[in-house]
Each structure stands twice: as C-alpha cells, then as structure tokens.
Design a protein around this ligand. Structure first.
Ligand code: NAD
Length: 312
C-alpha cells in the first residue's frame, strides 16, 4: 500500500508512521515542513519510510507527490485551539486553502482514500450533552474548530462531486510518547513532564474542566482500523468515551510519581469548553472495544518515555 502523510513529523504522525511502517508492504512518504521534527521518525530506521521536507504554501502543487498514492493522511494544522481566536482569518485561511489544493490533487491523481484527523474536542463547541455522539450539532467556539468542520465539509463536497473516498476521525485528547511537552497542547503529557522536572504546572480555571483523554497507541489503533477496514460509516468519534477532570489527571500523576506537585491556578480561558467527552459507541459497534489503556497506565508509559527521551 502506498501511503502519504502530510503533517507527518508531529505527535500523531510520528506514532502513525511507527505503526504503519511495521508492515513491510506499506511504502510511506512522510511530508512536513519542520526538518528538526524528523529526528524521531529517522530514529525508527525503517527502510519503507521516505522523508520529504516541504512547506505547504498557497501555491504548492501536490500532483507530483500524490502520483500512485493509495491513502492520503491529512494531519496538518497550523493552528491550535488556545490561540486560534486571536486572528481568525489568518488562522483559518492557510489550512482551508491547503486542504482544497490537496483534495484537488487527490482527485486528479486518483488517490483511493483521504483520511482527515478532525477534532472531537473542538467541532462540537459548547455541546454539554455528554457523551457527545457524531450526530450532535457542531457549533465550534474556536476558529480551530471552525477550520476543522470546514475541512470536513469540503471533504463531503469532494466525495459528492468526484466520489473521492474518505474517512474522518473526530479525535478527542490523545497523549503519550512523542507529544511535545511545550504546554501549548496536551495536558497529560505537559503536566507529567513538568511534574517529573519538579517544575510549576499552570492550570487555567479551578481544575474542573473535563476532557476525554486517550492513550496514543489506542488512538493510532483506531485510526488504522478506520482507514483499512470497511464500514458503512465515514465519520467516527475516537476517544476513551469517558470524562476526566484536570484535577483528577493531576491526582493520578501525583500518585504515580509519589510526590506532591507545584500547581498554580490562573483564571479560566474563554476557549476552554467546560465538559467534553465523546460517545464512541459507533466505533465500538463496528470495530470492537476502543481504548484499553487506563489513564494511570498511560501516565506510567508516558513517564517511561519522557525520562528516556529528555534524560530526566
Ligand atoms: N494532538 C491533539 O490533541 C489533537 C486532537 C485532535 C485532533 N488533532 C489534529 O491531528 C493533527 C495532528 O496533530 P498533532 O498533535 O500531531 O500536531 P503536531 O503539531 O504535533 O503536528 C502537526 C505537524 O504538521 C506540520 N505542519 C503544520 N503546518 C505545516 C505547513 N504549513 N507545512 C508543512 N507542515 C506543516 C508541523 O510541522 C507538525 O509536525 C492536526 O490536524 C490536529 O489538529 C490533534
């Protein structure tokens, strides 16, 4: 299978490549603009992975890259929820324009399937009827969420116009190895990293915000199942299916590390939805139970990785 991954050197891309490259029949092209980020992928040392450094400008033409590709993974996002409302047009336009160009090329090059990683945390907005099913209304409160739902709609349009096959994964909050603990995204990984280094952990609000955390291996298994197995659905929520508060996450990290944490509380942010966790019954009914790694076990695995990776 010929597979090309855009945004390949990030957290999800790196884990996806690790999994897909285990199969010697897969030939993978990993595309990203950030050369430094490729070090982890190179470390896997798999000879069925080719690396292409490319920045996705508005002028880019993907035809050359997409020739003879079976599966295209769209993992690119130039924006994150936290900052995406600061300059809405600047945040939305590049991702949407990139996606249109990519889809045009997919059609031209007869790509078999496009897989888009959307956001189960952002597209549903303030929807408080948790667990949230795929059929719930989508009213994002960030331009990050708006960008995701717009790209989803573009994909539906290309399927309608050109029969381009697709799968959309509305992913909750993955955490674990290869997530960069820079405090911008990924509470579990960032808090664990800070705790290991005995650094201050910043919590926005009082710790009552509830999210759906899923260990990255479980998320990758789900993405791979959705990509390669037939099903009548094109859209799936992927998460643990239950909510955990930020305070509970901190308590788990504290218990696993057997040390007290340095926590500072700042005012809550308008972009933080109070409660979000996903209904994963669609996934479970098609592919079997999703998410076998508990948060405690996931934190233990994340600690092992961070200690080795950052020599803590
Ligand atoms: N991590 C999460 O919590 C989460 C949750 C739901 C959905 N998602 C989505 O999954 C996808 C992957 O997420 P991630 O956590 O791996 O993000 P990431 O930031 O770790 O990786 C994204 C990669 O895309 C690359 N990229 C961004 N803009 C680019 C451009 N203009 N040209 C070339 N490369 C570019 C970056 O260099 C980066 O390596 C994103 O679309 C994200 O929105 C992530």
């Amino acid at each position: 299978m010929n597979i090309i991954i855009f945004g390949a050197a990030g957290f999800i891309g790196t884990n996806l490549i690790s999994k897909l490259s285990e199969d010697p029949n897969n030939r993978i092209i990993a595309v990203d603009h950030n050369k430094e980020f490729f070090s982890d992928i190179l470390f896997f040392n798999r000879n069925n992975v080719e690396i292409v450094q490319s920045a996705f400008t508005l002028e880019i033409n993907f035809d050359e890259l997409l020739k003879e590709q079976d599966i295209v993974y769209h993992l690119v996002s130039t924006t994150i929820p936290m900052t995406s409302n600061k300059n809405v047009s600047q945040e939305i336009i590049p991702d949407v324009a990139f996606s249109i160009r990519l889809l045009d090329s997919c059609v031209k090059c007869n790509v078999k399937k496009v897989v888009f990683i959307s956001s189960g945390g952002a597209v549903y907005g303030m929807e408080s009827n948790c667990p949230i099913s795929e059929d719930s209304k989508t009213e994002p409160i960030t331009s990050y969420g708006l960008q995701k739902i717009t790209i989803e709609k573009l994909i539906y349009l290309y399927n309608y116009m050109y029969k381009l096959d697709y799968k959309i994964v509305r992913l909750a909050n993955p955490y674990g190895p290869f997530q960069r603990p820079n405090g911008m995204l990924g509470a579990v990984t960032t808090f664990t990293y800070k705790a290991l280094k005995n650094e201050e952990i910043i919590v926005y609000g009082d710790g009552s915000v509830i999210r759906d955390f899923i260990y990255i291996d479980d998320a990758i298994e789900a993405i791979v199942n959705i990509t390669f197995n037939n099903s009548d659905y094109n859209l799936f929520n992927v998460g643990s299916g239950y909510g955990t508060s930020i305070s509970e996450v901190l308590l788990i990290i504290q218990n696993v590390l057997e040390r007290s944490l340095k926590i500072s509380y700042l005012p809550s942010r308008s972009v933080d939805i109070p409660v979000n966790y996903l209904d994963i019954s669609r996934y479970n009914s098609v592919f079997g139970k999703l998410g076998t790694v508990s948060l405690t076990d996931g934190v233990i695995k994340t600690i092992e990785f961070l200690k080795k990776r950052y020599k803590i």
